[in-house]
Design a protein around this ligand. Structure first.
Ligand code: TRP
Length: 456
């Protein structure tokens, strides 16, 4: 079954295939839509001054995110293995070097590192589900909500417990294999999340500060834009689309031959971007209405949304549902973050899926302790980008993902032969030429320019 060199169209994945095109789109959307859209986008945009950052982010999504996503899917489907083995195999076939496996290896590492802090924040959403349901935010003032947040993250035992619970949930699903239940979850989760965001948006519009929110998000002030915020925008584009680390490559490995890569990518990119924009539009008016600071950092949505729900009719219900949905969104992303590492361990060391999930999960849990402590015991322990949490985030989003993305587009655009890529994309027409120009020139030059200028 393996090693059918030169006959790549007939390679089969060891882990089975998606049941339909819709199943694939749902799985990729489930990985893309997560804390990145609702927790991270607003606070990163806030820290980087709003408008100009949002504009750069949108440009990065369109001209870099889209070609990287397409490249990842096509590489994954052609190789049909875990990202490390796929890059080694195609590297050998197309470019005569197995060294490309290191691109897959960096992706495996990035997934592990990202999930180590992602799980901590996902643990907060679990706890906020419980707090919402027990009415902790009903009618609460801004001071009370932010006081509750500070007390909560200040308690390392409590947020450590939440982190442990979330990792347990993730290990559980990955161990059982990415199965139907999950597809069903995404099918209803994304539309439901969209509905609740629209409800929040409606509330924001009546807050009297909608204009300020809009202006903050969409009036670009380029004087405030530094190379570092351009890098943050690029990193956020990669993070939110789940690209640059082989996760989409791993999902692409299970994609049926006849599915359109361009169409699927476009659907995911549009859905993901729409949800981030809605989250921003719902949150910033509330920030200004309550005299909060948009640059406040990771606590931003945990300070604004409970406050809004607390003042709404039916707020206890909506708030609970919202945090349940956000936990689900984080859960479907966590699975994607673990998949490259787990698929690699299964194929390389012949462990069972369950063993691999437990091993990788424990490693991630342990690394996550650093992020748990970053909000309390070790909050004053700062180096380079800040706390341990800040450093893991900076290293992964701003360095590893863009670098991985750069190597992936260069591989697809320059190393793979034209025929292999047009074969996978299923066309040699206009869409193919557009992809090829973006993958060969625009995306690599763009990423390099930002990385060099920001890190210098
Ligand atoms: N896109 C996810 C989010 O927005 C986070 C993420 C980054 C991710 N890389 C990933 C999820 C890889 C799955 C796979 O929350």
């Amino acid at each position: 079954m393996l090693g059918n060199q030169g006959d790549s169209a007939k390679r089969k994945s060891l882990h089975g295939h998606w049941s339909s095109r819709m199943a694939f789109i749902l799985a990729v959307t489930g990985s893309a839509v997560g804390l990145g859209n609702i927790w991270k986008f607003p606070y990163i945009a806030g820290q980087n001054g709003g408008g100009a950052f949002v504009l750069v982010y949108l440009v990065c999504v369109a001209i870099i995110g889209m070609p990287v996503m397409m490249s990842e899917i096509l590489i994954g489907r052609r190789g049909r293995r875990n990202p490390v083995a796929t890059m080694a195999l195609l590297g050998q076939e197309e470019g005569g070097s197995e060294k490309w496996r290191w691109v897959g290896g960096m992706g495996v590492a990035a997934g592990v590192l990202i999930l180590s802090y992602y799980s901590v924040i996902a643990g907060w959403t679990l706890a906020y589900t419980v707090k919402s349901a027990t009415g902790a935010f009903a009618g609460a003032s801004a001071e009370s909500v932010s006081q509750q947040f500070n007390n909560f993250v200040g308690d390392w035992r409590l947020i450590g417990l939440c982190h442990t619970a979330f990792m347990g949930l993730s290990i559980f699903v990955v161990a059982r294999g990415v199965e139907r239940g999950l597809e069903q979850a995404v099918r209803f989760m994304v539309p439901a999340l969209l509905l609740l965001l629209l409800l929040l948006l409606g509330y924001s519009m009546t807050s009297g500060f909608f204009q300020q929110g809009l202006a903050f998000m969409f009036t670009p002030d380029f004087d405030r834009l530094t190379w570092n915020s351009v890098l943050a925008a690029l990193g956020q584009a990669f993070f939110t689309l789940s690209i640059g680390m082989g996760a989409i490559m791993a999902y692409g490995a299970y994609l049926p031959e006849e599915t359109s890569i361009t169409g699927s990518s476009a659907a995911v990119v549009v859905a993901d971007t729409a949800i981030a924009m809605l989250a921003g539009l719902a949150i910033f008016p509330l920030v200004f209405a309550n005299n909060l600071n948009p640059g406040d950092g990771p606590g931003l949505v945990f300070d604004t949304l409970p406050l809004a729900f607390g003042q709404m009719a039916g707020g206890v219900f909506f708030s609970t549902v919202f945090f349940v949905l956000l936990s689900f969104a984080a859960w479907t992303s966590a699975i994607g973050l673990m998949e490259p590492a787990v698929a690699w361990i299964v194929e390389r060391f012949h462990h069972t899926r369950a063993q691999a999930a437990v091993m990788i999960g424990l490693l991630i849990w342990l690394l996550g302790v650093g992020s748990v402590l970053s909000f309390n015991v070790l909050s004053d322990f700062r180096f380079l980008a800040g706390t341990i949490f800040d450093n893991v985030d900076y290293l992964t989003s701003n360095i590893m993902l863009p670098l991985g993305g750069l190597l992936i587009v260069v591989f697809a655009g320059w190393v793979m032969c034209r025929n292999s890529t047009s074969d996978e994309l299923g066309t040699s027409g206009l869409w193919f030429s557009a992809w090829r120009v973006m993958a060969r020139f625009i995306a690599p030059i763009g990423i390099l320019l930002v990385l060099v200028n920001a890190v210098r």
